[in-house]
Design a protein around this ligand. Structure first.
Ligand SMILES: Nc1nc2c(c(=O)[nH]1)N[C@H]1C(S)=C(S)[C@@H](COP(=O)(O)O)O[C@H]1N2
Ligand SMILES: [Mo]
Length: 154
């Protein structure tokens, strides 16, 4: 088996924290969720430094993955106090609030990515990455090597 194939099949995303059912999803389980695509987009750091131009990204909604943990069973008063911490293999973190994901235009464009221009993500980005494509500067929440989501109720 080629190493890229091996890495793709081993890709796992753990969803933990204050959720009714913690999950670990492999790539096949993620790919079974409804697919969403976006692009073309320009990714830039907060400083304005250009990072990348991407014609097409595809993946699944962060909210669809969170819903698979039964998150919606929490009472609304608790959900409004939840944040979602996405982490990369290097410890880099990107944060979302439940309100922005479920009650703002951010949610529809917050994707867990596994495909760029019709191909698996390259070694710099993946196997899994995350983007919040409705942000002003896309760099900070364009998280490479996504490996975990943790829900924290404040
Ligand atoms: N895993 C991970 N993803 C990350 C970062 C990081 O340090 N680690 N930095 C973020 C920031 S602030 C920017 S601007 C871009 C930089 O992209 P590059 O590392 O491809 O230049 O990646 C984002 N995603
Ligand atoms: Mo950045």
């Amino acid at each position: 088996m080629k190493s890229e194939t091996l890495q793709r099949s081993a890709a796992a995303l753990c969803v933990t924290g204050d959720v009714p059912n913690a999950l670990s999803l492999d790539l096949a389980q993620l790919e079974a969720l409804p697919h969403h695509a976006l692009g073309p987009i320009d990714i830039a750091c907060m400083t304005g430094r250009p990072v990348a131009h991407v014609d097409r990204y595809a993946g699944v909604r962060l909210t669809d993955v969170l819903d698979a943990t039964g998150l919606a069973q929490l009472h609304r008063s608790e959900l409004k106090r939840c944040i979602v911490v996405a982490s990369g293999r290097d410890g880099y973190q990107a944060l979302f609030s439940w309100c922005e994901l479920y009650n703002s235009p951010i949610g529809a464009q917050a994707l867990i990515l596994f495909e760029r221009n019709g191909e698996p993500l390259d070694d710099h980005l993946g196997p899994l990455a995350l983007i919040s494509a409705a942000d002003t500067h896309l760099g900070p929440r364009h998280l490479r090597h996504l490996d975990g989501l943790a829900v924290r109720r404040l």
